[in-house]
Design a binder for this molecule. Structure first.
Ligand SMILES: NC(=O)C1=CN([C@@H]2O[C@H](COP(=O)(O)OP(=O)(O)OC[C@H]3O[C@@H](n4cnc5c(N)ncnc54)[C@H](O)[C@@H]3O)[C@@H](O)[C@H]2O)[C@@H](O)CC1
Ligand SMILES: [K+]
Length: 515
């Protein structure tokens, strides 16, 4: 069993992700300990006002529309409205709610007393340069209908810059679902701790740029509320660097730096083998062996001269018919699947008995789904890592609802007894004992054939270098996914989102480390 994390061992607050309920409990502890609610609201709203004026300077955005909700999200918006009014912005408020929380109502009256108009008509904000969305934060649970839904649609039609406080109104804090309709923000300032919605594919189209605005939550309050190990963590550069197999021992040799066996490729998908090999190369693994159908040997040898090529007997269509008689226990990790074709069933079944960590990807997963051998994985003596995209995930776990990627990944991990990495705009990783990671930055440039093959090789190479389990294996899996995403981001910055083919991606992996 990998060791459990305490909060203190998680690098920083920036890597912690909470649900609405956890945030409410943490907030409750702060108030119970004596922090006055209005004081915290002033502090938080002051911080976001400061960020607002950096993003939307007065000379370019003089007219600000403020959308005010009935709860404390609306209270934050009113404090911002007051401060921005005092700094010279021309403020118009919008609030269609009669009933408001007491503190929100106090701010409402004071802002009105300053001469700031607050209308019930959204059209009053039509000529504003930017909008502040303080309708709902983490207190929203119900579906939006009727007048408020029509209002949100109207705001979205305008296409103005919108800064959302905490979350875009209409987004479910935990699942990221759009509750009927949601504000389409250009900027979201998430308050205090990252909310799970910020990493759900379903919310991504509404969040715009997302930033965390920390406001000094005591670690003790977080520790008291979050379970151990911390359930969901965000992979950051700091945590990634910590999970790299560095520094290498001064005295070492290639077999001490991990030996990865890649089982991949077929006549039809020869490139997948090559791309996985290039991913593995970038990981720095000491030794790389690649099992491929024998007719692919010349291509692989010329492209990856450092690799040991194990040529396998082929089926009629050029898939691996079976693995040669190789001692599987010699490898520190095995990655199996890219480009295999579904005919390579013997190879996949054969490798399940291996006593090393095993990554199954692509056709490795499809074979598993068709042969209904998923249940066997929990019998393996070493960890198994499954790396499906959504389609593969649905085939593997037909009874798990995939909409909420965080929960779906966790359920998949529990059901199969494996580490599951679910690829998406925000890739999620879960281990069966409860620890979960999210890759919070990525790029649509990676939505391209072959990019997953690079990831499998890279991950295999990293896992092969895991000599001690001072960090849980899923952290290294998440580290590989983070590295892969960052290479995509870097390549897209230099070559646009159209310029990140899988080969190019593999060439950018090394540059992430030196960046
Ligand atoms: N967590 C913290 O420590 C802090 C939270 N603050 C703010 O407080 C917010 C949370 O405040 P609240 O708990 O008051 O919640 P919200 O302000 O998010 O909204 C809750 C209000 O909306 C109403 N409501 C919910 N669903 C509705 C629907 N479908 N239609 C109409 N009305 C609906 C509720 O009755 C309630 O009045 C955060 O998002 C953040 O902006 C900050 O003020 C300061 C610090
Ligand atoms: K909001």
């Amino acid at each position: 069993m990998p060791e459990c994390f305490t909060i203190a061992s998680v690098m920083n607050i920036n890597s912690i992700i909470v649900t609405a309920d956890q945030m409410r409990q943490i907030e409750g502890r702060i108030f119970e300990a004596g922090m006055p609610v209005p004081a915290l609201m002033e502090k938080v709203a002051g911080l976001i006002t400061r960020r607002f004026v950096e993003l939307y300077p007065l000379f370019r955005y003089p007219k600000v529309g403020v959308l005010i909700g009935p709860g404390h999200n609306g209270g934050d918006a009113l404090v911002m409205a007051r401060e921005l009014h005092l700094r010279g912005h021309i403020i118009t408020g919008f609030c269609p709610f009669d009933k408001k929380k007491e503190l929100t109502d106090c701010h409402f009256k004071y802002v009105q007393s300053l001469g700031v108009p607050i209308s019930r008509e959204i059209e009053s904000l039509y000529d504003c340069d930017v909008l502040i969305d303080g309708i709902f934060g983490f207190g929203l649970t119900r579906e939006l209908r009727g007048e408020i839904a029509t209002t949100f649609e109207r705001i979205n039609q305008w296409g103005k810059p919108v800064l959302s406080i905490d979350l875009p109104s209409g987004i479910h804090t935990d699942t990221g679902e759009v509750l009927g309709v949601a504000i389409r923000a250009s900027q979201t300032l998430c308050l205090g701790l990252w909310k799970a919605a910020c990493f759900q594919d379903s919310a991504l189209g509404h969040l715009g740029e997302v930033e965390l605005v920390e406001f000094g939550i005591p670690l003790g309050d977080i520790e008291a509320v979050l379970p151990h190990p911390v359930l969901i963590q965000r992979m950051t550069r700091e945590v990634f660097v910590e999970s790299l197999p560095l520094p290498r021992p001064v005295v070492t040799h290639k077999y001490k730096q991990g030996h990865l066996l890649l089982i991949c490729g077929s006549k039809r998908f020869a490139g997948a083998a090559l791309l996985s090999g290039l991913g593995a190369r970038a990981s720095g693994v000491g030794m790389l062996s690649i099992a491929i159908p024998s007719s692919l040997k010349p291509i692989l040898v010329s492209a990856l001269p450092e690799a040991l090529i194990l040529d396998c007997p082929e089926t009629e269509t050029g898939a691996i018919a079976e693995l040669p008689n190789i001692p599987l226990e010699d490898y520190s990790a095995i990655a199996c699947g890219p480009g295999l074709s579904v005919e390579a069933e013997n190879a996949v079944q054969g490798v399940l008995a291996a006593q090393s960590p095993l990554i199954l990807d692509a056709d490795g997963l499809n074979i598993l789904a068709v042969s209904h051998t998923l249940a066997m994985l929990s019998q393996r003596t070493s960890p198994t890592i499954l790396t499906p995209h959504l389609g593969e995930f649905k085939r593997l776990f037909p009874d798990i609802a995939p909409q909420n990627a965080l929960t779906a990944t966790q359920q998949g991990a529990e059901q199969s007894g494996t580490i599951v990495l679910l690829k998406g705009a925000r890739t999620c990783i879960a281990a069966p004992h409860g620890s979960q990671w999210v890759i919070s930055e990525s790029t649509p440039a990676l939505a391209r054939g072959g990019s997953g093959d690079v990831l499998t090789g890279l991950m295999g190479g990293l896992i092969a270098q895991t000599t001690t389990l001072e960090r849980p294996l899923e952290q290294r899996v998440a580290g590989a996914a983070w590295w892969h995403a960052q290479a995509g981001i870097l390549a897209a910055q230099e070559r646009t989102e159209l310029g990140v083919d899988a080969f190019t991606l593999s060439q950018y992996l090394g540059r992430v480390l030196s960046h």
